[in-house]
Write a protein that binds this ligand. Structure first.
Ligand SMILES: Nc1ncnc2c1ncn2[C@@H]1O[C@H](COP(=O)(O)OP(=O)(O)OP(=O)(O)O)[C@@H](O)[C@H]1O
Length: 220
């Protein structure tokens, strides 16, 4: 069970830029909520505040009804997937997948089993010994997804994870992300500026404009 609630969250950056202006938003347990809006409307800032990478200027964030303001990122059990994949270039795919488990002192045998299971699910088992530079964009994206999923996080945050892929692959990966979500039902916030992507992926869509939530609803 993991729900997220943002209560009148405001973010003013030093220098005075108002990135978020009283954002109220709820993400239900097991839901994939898409946050959509034009460049600069504050989408990434919402994710960064949920992840604890940025502090809200005012307002609060709750997970399962408990305020998490001040809880360090590592303690939040949140996994993030970015547009640029952020894989470790010197590590194999297997080591990239297992790294977060190693940091959490998961025993070697269990680590291997979970890496293998995740690789199987994402159909990247044959890539486990390769380094990121020997992968295509779509394969890198799968590894980045795998790295987030292998830990079975409470919350999954995705910031335009498909925008570096060509149009055809993007459509295929969208379907795959949807399928993964149906299987795991990890509470997810997914950021995109692409309305079609929002409509095809989201259980619900929140439209953000100039730091405010304009509308929230189911697609269609
Ligand atoms: N560290 C920072 N310092 C000052 N201003 C910032 C900082 N980070 C973001 N901003 C500003 O806050 C606003 C929201 O930025 P944010 O990155 O959340 O938007 P976004 O909707 O994710 O945009 P994009 O789709 O282009 O990534 C923008 O006006 C941006 O310039």
């Amino acid at each position: 069970m993991t729900s997220i609630r943002l209560d009148y969250v405001t973010k003013v950056f030093p220098g005075g830029a108002v990135a978020l202006d009283g954002v109220d938003l709820s993400v239900r347990d097991g839901e994939l909520l898409v946050l959509v809006g034009p460049s600069g409307c504050g989408k990434s800032t919402v994710l960064r505040i949920i992840a604890g990478l940025e502090d809200a200027t005012s307002g609060s964030v709750q997970v399962d009804g408990v305020e998490i303001d001040g809880v360090p990122p590592k303690m939040r059990d949140v996994a993030m997937v970015f547009q640029n994949y952020a894989l470790y270039p010197h590590m194999t795919v297997a080591d990239n997948l297992g790294f977060a488990l190693r940091l959490r002192h998961v025993a070697a045998a269990e680590r291997t089993a979970r890496v293998d299971e995740t690789a199987h699910m994402l159909e990247i088992r044959e890539l486990l010994e390769r380094k990121p530079k020997a992968l295509s964009g779509g394969q890198r994206q799968r590894v980045a997804m795998g790295r987030a999923l292998v830990r079975d996080p409470r919350i999954l945050l995705m910031d335009e994870p498909l925008s570096n892929l060509d149009a055809k692959l993007r459509v295929a990966m969208r379907a795959e992300l949807r399928r993964l979500h149906e299987r795991f039902h990890t509470t997810t916030v997914y950021v995109t500026h692409d309305q079609v992507e929002a409509m095809t992926l989201g259980d619900r869509i929140a439209v953000l404009h100039e730091g405010r939530v304009q509308q929230v609803g189911a697609p269609g």
